[in-house]
Design a protein. Sequence first.
Length: 162
Amino acid sequence: MSVWDNFYRLDYLDLAFVNNTSAQRATIYGNSQNRIAISIKVKIVDKNNNSLVIPADELLRSAHLVQFRNGKRLNWEGSGPDSKPWVYTRSSNDYTEVPAFDAVLTDSYVEPLTGAQEVIFYLYATDASRGIDIAAGFNVPGVGDFNTSENGTENRNGPKGE
């Protein structure tokens, strides 16, 4: 039995800079070294409207970053041709300068009061660029992709697209 068998609704999907949720932009040097920590928070509920806890490995497989303007996925660890020079990864590279970070970053967690879960990615640029606007994406197996891009997605927010 899969954890997704109890999926009823994607209740919450959010993207923010880690430890600086009010920031709207950051500068990343196009050297593949400097990285920005990006938090994706998601809350999924079951038919009883209770939070559904997704295991960390499933959460990591489902969450992704997309371009805000068109909803296309960014390159995961440089594996795809789209959106270059922008790449995201799980590796901080110990060079996360902008914005400043003071806390230790964990793989994922569940907020007890809201039931939201978090995964952290690190965004970097392999070359100089004019910039990019990013959004959060999340794939629910058997239902489809959701994202917070400019136009969102057309998937119905329920089991099997209902």
